[in-house]
Design a protein around this ligand. Structure first.
Ligand code: IMP
Ligand code: MG
Length: 179
């Protein structure tokens, strides 16, 4: 598995620091709110589990499963809800917790959908941001780190369902997904 990694982009230590910083900001902003974190399975699960413990105000968590048609390393924009949340959002300050904001097509779809349920507020917290690839007009209020336009894996992020268990974030060697 390690042989497939070109370089380490964010080490375990760096990830800890980033998660702490994000937790501090969110704690400050949400201490008088009704924080409801919505996470899209599966990539953001590792981040969520650390991040929620860095948040020091009350919160709830929930999960959604979406699938964007087409496999490989790009999102198609055709997003389908596979598992929805079944809690009303009217009294909730929704924070979407994501692993990586890439084209933004997935989150664009999700934000539109959840806004129709009239949450008190809705924001995005993403561990990684690849702004160079944005195709939809989506902005995350909380961003861990910007990353270059390379395919990254680890700390929950996968290629073909693998590499999620790497404790760091690394760049995948292109020959792994071009062969
Ligand atoms: P978007 O709709 O293009 O923003 O896609 C976001 C989703 O694509 C993320 O939640 C990831 O699951 C996946 N993704 C995008 N870029 C990467 C990457 O570099 N590594 C692993 N997964 C990625
Ligand atoms: Mg994925």
């Amino acid at each position: 598995m390690l042989n497939d990694i070109k370089e380490v982009l964010l080490s375990e230590e760096e990830l800890k620091t980033i998660v702490k910083e994000l937790g501090k900001k969110v704690t400050e902003d949400y201490k008088n709110k009704n924080l409801y974190m919505v996470t899209v399975l599966k990539g953001a699960v590792v981040f969520l589990s650390d991040f929620m413990r860095a948040v020091e105000c009350p919160c709830e968590i929930d999960f959604m499963v979406v699938s964007s048609y087409g496999s490989g390393v790009k999102t198609s924009g055709n997003v389908k809800i596979v598992k929805d949340i079944d809690t009303p959002l009217e009294d909730k300050d929704v924070l979407i917790v994501e692993d990586i904001l890439d084209s933004g097509l997935t989150l664009n779809f999700l934000i539109d959908l959840l806004k129709q349920r009239n949450p008190k507020s809705i924001e995005i917290c993403t561990l990684l941001d690849k702004p160079s690839r944005r195709a939809a007009d989506v902005h995350a209020k909380y961003i861990g780190r910007e990353v270059p336009d390379e395919f990254v894996v680890g700390y929950g992020l996968d290629y073909d369902e693998k590499y999620r268990n790497l404790p760091f974030i690394g760049v995948l060697k292109p020959e792994v997904y071009t062969k």
